[in-house]
Design a protein around this ligand. Structure first.
Ligand SMILES: C[S@@+](CC[C@H](N)C(=O)[O-])C[C@H]1O[C@@H](n2cnc3c(N)ncnc32)[C@H](O)[C@@H]1O
Length: 257
């Protein structure tokens, strides 16, 4: 069940991924400590796992993934994303142990697209939308030795809910409830004792003198209890292109499930 590029374009996935690399370059080294912290956490978490297969969910540009190290210690590494940058495919296509999987990790993109198309006039509850995964993806998750959700938990709902919002059919409350469902299902998908999650969970906006002006939570789901919890800050946008007047920092948390 591969999703047509036309649908992915409508949701803006390719554009969003290009936005990530452009912001990373624009921030000129500002992301470095966040990327190193993420890689270190993944490497540390890998130590206690069996070393057959490692699945990276949200691999993208591999900015925050210690892929060369994982390639050495695991027999097979699966890089999973809805779009893989062609530069990354080109760079790693000769590595026998690395495989690219193109799949919707949320399981909601195609169901939401079909649902809106069918129910545009009726306004059926968003709770009726049924998550769908290809069988291969379920197998991959069940058989993996280690699964990493890498800076994706609070991303999964954004483009899907932006798409729903365009139709102006649902209140903020209804949409936020659906965000919660998307995030909760992602957490529930991660098998216990062999998974880890790294996610930004809070956005902090500062003025030029680094006075905190406002903050908001980015997580709608209930975060599960974790082991080996680590926290740090990600200087996400100091060029003021995310919010015109503010510098934006994310609080990030990483933990083993
Ligand atoms: C914030 S990035 C994580 C950083 C990424 N590891 C990197 O270095 O570019 C989120 C990644 O998740 C992917 N993504 C977002 N929603 C997805 C979905 N529903 N299914 C699969 N991948 C998704 C995006 O394409 C992007 O590459």
């Amino acid at each position: 069940m591969s999703i047509k590029n036309r649908i992915l374009r409508k949701f803006g996935f390719k554009k969003d991924q290009n936005g990530i690399i452009n912001r990373y370059l624009r921030e000129n080294g500002g992301w470095q400590s966040h990327l190193i912290n993420t890689k270190n956490f993944i490497e540390h978490s890998a130590k206690a796992k069996e070393k057959e297969t490692c699945v990276i969910l949200g691999s993208g540009w591999l900015l925050d993934v210690p892929v060369d190290n994982l390639n050495e210690i695991f027999k097979k590494v699966y890089l999973v994303d809805i779009v893989h940058p062609k530069q990354i495919i080109h760079k790693y296509r000769k590595y026998k142990n690395i495989e690219f999987i193109k799949v919707d990790i949320s399981g909601y993109i195609k169901p939401v697209y079909d649902f809106i198309k069918k129910n545009r006039k009726t306004k059926t509850s968003l709770n009726q939308i049924v998550q769908q995964f290809p069988d291969d993806f379920n197998k991959l998750m069940n058989n993996a030795s280690m699964i990493v959700s890498v800076n994706i938990l609070n991303q999964l709902d954004i483009l899907i809910c932006d798409y729903i919002k365009k139709y102006e059919m649902y209140s903020d409350e209804e949409i936020n409830n659906f965000r919660k469902i998307i995030q909760q299902k992602h957490i529930d998908l991660m098998p216990r004792n062999k998974s880890c999650i790294i996610t930004d969970y809070e956005e902090l906006n500062y003025d030029d003198n680094m006075n905190l002006i406002n903050k908001k939570s980015l997580i709608y789901a209930n975060l599960p209890k974790g082991k080996a919890i680590r926290e740090w800050k990600w200087n996400f946008d100091f060029s003021k292109t995310y919010h015109n007047n503010y510098k934006t920092v994310f609080n990030v948390m990483a933990w083993d499930l």
